[in-house]
Design a protein around this ligand. Structure first.
Ligand code: PMP
Length: 337
């Protein structure tokens, strides 16, 4: 869909730093594309490991975090196995699980969209899933899970606990703090959001060496192309710019939330680069359509369990956020009272 303000897929509104673009261009021209890439992506894997202060054996890189999730579910899910998700959450978790033949069990969340520790532990004891999928901060609700909850869930299961941290750098804490003492924990990260590199398709796993090795076994040979391997290494050298970008986006999120709170919508606190909101007196589809007419695209998440009439807006540039708020104000004024 052609729109001027695209706030529907939680990408960074800013491009990566210009110096990185120059470095990428010169890297591209120096590649031996007649040769297969390094099958183990050793340099990239070592760079990711150094970035997080873990051993290279604890890292598995793939084409976006979606491919990491697919590998985890190919390795730990499959026919006769079950994955537990807590709805509403990132829809691809259940989708990829089903694609790998894994049965999906759905637990509920509290009114604040948190996973309730006691209920989760009980559900795990009763159902015994091989994989538990958490998402923190959770897409599309925006809340982060407490480390206590994650640790309790990991202690309650013999299965693998996957924490999808696509939005981690926006959040106050990370499950990585639990990694050393939790061998059944798998943390999934991406370059698509805070690193402003969604087009590159690069994500990775941080876990026990056994889990990383299991993923490597189910990935296709040479799945990571030569350019991506070099690009990931170069991107990691621009951490300071990434941190500054995250600070700008968090600041912009505060202003966006302020603006939204002046309109007739209910909204939920966010620890990510998007905000979930519900118009008080109009249907989500009507509001979504009204925004599109004003060339603003947000995500209609009203079909997610428990999110009736909810919409999700990505934090954009100051100008994009201003246009979104102005358009939403108009739509809500125009709509039925
Ligand atoms: N996990 C979550 C929670 C996401 O929101 C997204 C992107 N929408 C992904 C994973 C997939 O990201 P990637 O581009 O790394 O495949």
């Amino acid at each position: 869909m052609e729109v001027e303000v695209r706030l529907n897929t939680n990408e960074s509104p800013e491009p990566p730093p210009p110096e990185l673009a120059v470095e990428l261009a010169s890297t591209a021209s120096g590649l031996s594309l007649n040769r297969y890439p390094d099958r183990r992506a050793a340099t990239l894997t070592a760079a990711v490991a150094a970035h997080h202060g873990v051993a290279p054996e604890q890292v598995f890189c793939a084409n976006g975090s979606n491919e990491v999730l697919q590998c985890l579910l190919l390795a730990y899910g499959g026919a006769g196995r079950r994955a537990l998700v807590f709805e509403p959450t990132y829809a691809l978790h259940a989708h990829i699980a089903r694609l790998t033949g894994t049965e999906v069990l759905a637990g509920a969340r509290t009114a604040a969209f948190e996973v309730e520790r006691a209920a989760a532990v009980e559900l795990i004891a009763a159902a015994g899933p091989e994989v538990v999928l958490l998402c923190s901060p959770n897409n599309p609700t925006g809340n982060a899970e407490s480390l206590d909850t994650i640790a309790s869930i990991a202690a309650a299961t013999d299965g693998l606990v996957v924490v999808d941290e696509a939005y981690a750098q926006f959040a106050p804490s990370s499950a990585l703090e639990l990694l050393a003492e939790t061998p059944n924990l798998a943390v999934v990260r991406t370059f698509s959001k805070t690193w402003a590199l969604a087009g590159l398709r690069l994500g990775y796993l941080l876990a026990d060496p056994e889990v990383a090795a299991a993923c490597a076994k189910v990935a296709l040979p040479y799945h990571l192309d030569a350019f991506k391997q070099e690009a990931g290494v170069l991107a990691l050298r621009h951490e300071a710019e990434m941190d500054a970008r995250v600070r700008r986006l968090v600041e912009a999120r505060h202003r966006l939330v302020e603006g939204l709170s002046r309109l007739r919508v209910d909204l939920w606190p966010s620890a990510a680069n998007f905000v979930l909101f519900r118009p008080r007196h109009m249907r989500a589809a009507e509001v979504w359509g009204g925004l599109v007419e004003r060339s603003v695209l947000v995500r209609d998440v009203s079909s997610f369990p428990g999110l009736e009439d909810c919409l999700r807006v990505t934090v954009g540039t100051a100008e994009e956020n201003r246009r979104f708020l102005a358009a939403l104000g108009e739509v809500l004024e125009d709509g039925p009272r």
